[in-house]
Design a binder for this molecule. Structure first.
Ligand SMILES: C[S@@+](CC[C@H](N)C(=O)[O-])C[C@H]1O[C@@H](n2cnc3c(N)ncnc32)[C@H](O)[C@@H]1O
Length: 257
């Protein structure tokens, strides 16, 4: 059974195993999985106690979210474009700031929550190229960016299918690529991202834990399998240095060598 944690700005889905009343398992059923990928995520194996649901929520909410982001989340909810979680958003800001990102590609604009987070970290003259198949979502993203006075010259909102648009973008020209669109196309997005990123650039992929399904071998639906295939390709790619952060719904971060 899942739980909902309420906080002043958001509702948090607490998956099975993260019950606020019985905070026993960080990854729920993953602890019982013995596949090489899931590993035995015991404290001894991971070198740390698993955070309780309370600690997890504390970390997710650690950095305050701007009113613009709160408003964008509300807009996203109205048309079902699930935004990145708060922890993932702040991670995007930190990553963009850490590398002084000037050129960023986002696959899946949604209502602009991740875009706002990226802008918060990008260089003052940085440009976000954001692709989404739904013009309505991009209108909401545009409103979100305009509401915080981001000049129109700093974002290129391209309406279209990612696999049509991405091949038209330049090789090695981008500092950071965020993937957050159709899970069934993650492998193809990865291929495009590797082409688009400069050496030293960052690949970031949201939803890599996919509602606790990725690590649970009992789940073999197409989206979960697509995410697993993508993660395996990343692990096997010697030109990437990677980590899978358990923030939000799982945020994969890689540096392209
Ligand atoms: C999870 S939402 C993105 C949320 C956004 N990153 C944020 O944090 O606000 C996924 C978005 O991907 C878009 N999308 C789905 N399939 C797509 C495709 N094939 N090409 C481009 N965009 C797509 C959807 O319209 C939706 O807005």
């Amino acid at each position: 059974m899942a739980h909902i944690l309420w906080c002043p700005t958001d509702f948090w889905f607490v998956p099975p195993g993260r019950s606020p009343r019985t905070p026993t398992g960080r990854f729920g059923r993953v602890n019982a999985v013995s596949t090489a990928d899931a590993g035995n995520a015991t404290p001894a194996a991971t070198g740390a106690d698993h955070p309780t649901a309370q600690s997890w929520a504390y970390a997710e909410l650690f950095v305050e979210e701007s009113q613009a982001a709160v408003d964008a989340r509300e807009a996203a909810r109205s048309f079902g474009a699930t935004p990145v979680g708060r922890g993932a958003a702040t991670t995007l800001t930190v990553l963009a700031r850490a590398i002084g990102a000037r050129a960023v590609v986002e696959v899946g604009s949604g209502a602009g929550v991740s875009g706002l987070a990226l802008f918060a970290g990008m260089a003052p003259d940085g440009v976000l190229t954001s692709v989404d198949i739904e013009p309505e979502h991009q209108n909401a993203a545009r409103q979100a960016f305009t509401a915080v006075d981001i000049p129109a010259r700093r974002f290129r909102l391209i309406a279209g299918a990612a696999l049509t648009v991405l091949p038209k973008l330049s090789d090695g020209a981008y500092d950071l690529v965020l993937i957050d669109a159709d899970k069934l196309e993650y492998v193809e997005y990865l291929e495009q991202a590797l082409r688009l990123l400069r050496s030293g650039g960052l690949l970031v992929i949201d939803n890599t834990l996919w509602h606790n399904k990725t690590a649970d071998p009992a789940n073999t639906d197409d989206e979960t399998e697509s995410i697993r295939t993508t993660l395996t390709a990343i692990k096997e790619n010697e030109s990437l240095v990677s980590t899978l952060l358990p923030t939000g719904d799982g945020l994969l971060v890689s540096v392209k060598l």
